[in-house]
Ligand binder design. Structure first.
Ligand code: IMP
Ligand code: MG
Length: 184
C-alpha cells in the first residue's frame, strides 16, 4: 500500500495498491515511441495522429512532442456503454475527427487496450475512409483481447491484469491527473 502524504493529497485520501509505472519510466518509454514513429514514415508524406478521448489526452500530449517530423493532431470521442456498466461492444462515436483521412498515414492513439472492443469497432470505420495507412499506438496493452482486427504496432508497456489509473486513465472519471500509473 502506498500512503505517502503526497499520494494521499493527490488522490483525496484514496490509498493505491502500487505504482506500476512511475513518471520517469513513462517519460522514457514515450520518448522511445516518439522516435520510433518519427523513423517509420517518409518525411514528405502526411501523418495524422488521432487520440481517443479522454484516456489518451496526457499520453498524446507527451507523445506528439517526441515526434520530430511534421504531424497533424485530432481527437475522437467514442463511448462503449451498453445498458449496464459492462462494455457491450456497442461503440458509438460522439465526436468524429473533421480531418480528411485519404492520403494520410493515420495512427490511432489509445491509452489502454483491454478487451479490444473499442479498437475492433474503430479500425474498420477508419479503414473505410481510405487512409494511406492505419496503425494503432497504445500506451498499455493487457493482451487479453481474443482477436484484435489490428494489433497495435506500438505498445508502451505490456500491462498487468489489474485496474490501472493515472496518466489519463480514470476510475469513474477520477485520478486522470496523477502523473504516474498505479493500480487501485
Ligand atoms: P476495450 O474496448 O475493452 O479494449 O477498452 C478500452 C477502454 O477501456 C480504454 O480506452 C479505457 O478507457 C478503458 N479501460 C480498460 N482497462 C482499463 C484500466 O485498467 N483502467 C482504466 N481504464 C481502462
Ligand atoms: Mg479510453
Amino acid at each position: 500500500m502506498i500512503e505517502t502524504a503526497e499520494v494521499l493529497e493527490r488522490t483525496g485520501g484514496t490509498e493505491l495498491r502500487r505504482i506500476v509505472y512511475p513518471e520517469r519510466k513513462i517519460a522514457s518509454r514515450v520518448s522511445e515511441m516518439g522516435q520510433e514513429i518519427t523513423e517509420v514514415y517518409p518525411e514528405d508524406e502526411p501523418l495524422l495522429l488521432v487520440g481517443l478521448l479522454k484516456g489518451s489526452f496526457i499520453f498524446m500530449a507527451d507523445l506528439v512532442r517526441e515526434i520530430r517530423r511534421p504531424a497533424q493532431v485530432d481527437f475522437l470521442v467514442a463511448s462503449s456503454y451498453g445498458s449496464a456498466m459492462t462494455s457491450s461492444g456497442d461503440v458509438q462515436l460522439l465526436y468524429d475527427p473533421e480531418a480528411e483521412l485519404a492520403d494520410k498515414h493515420v495512427v490511432l492513439i489509445e491509452d489502454i487496450i483491454d478487451s479490444g472492443t473499442t479498437m475492433n469497432r474503430l479500425v474498420p470505420l477508419f479503414r473505410d475512409r481510405g487512409p494511406r495507412s492505419l496503425e494503432i499506438c497504445a500506451l498499455l496493452h493487457k493482451h487479453i483481447a481474443a482477436d484484435l482486427v489490428l494489433e497495435p504496432r506500438w505498445v508502451g508497456f505490456d500491462a498487468p491484469g489489474e485496474f490501472l489509473i493515472g496518466y489519463g486513465l480514470d476510475h469513474s472519471e477520477d485520478f486522470r491527473n496523477l502523473p504516474f500509473i498505479a493500480s487501485l
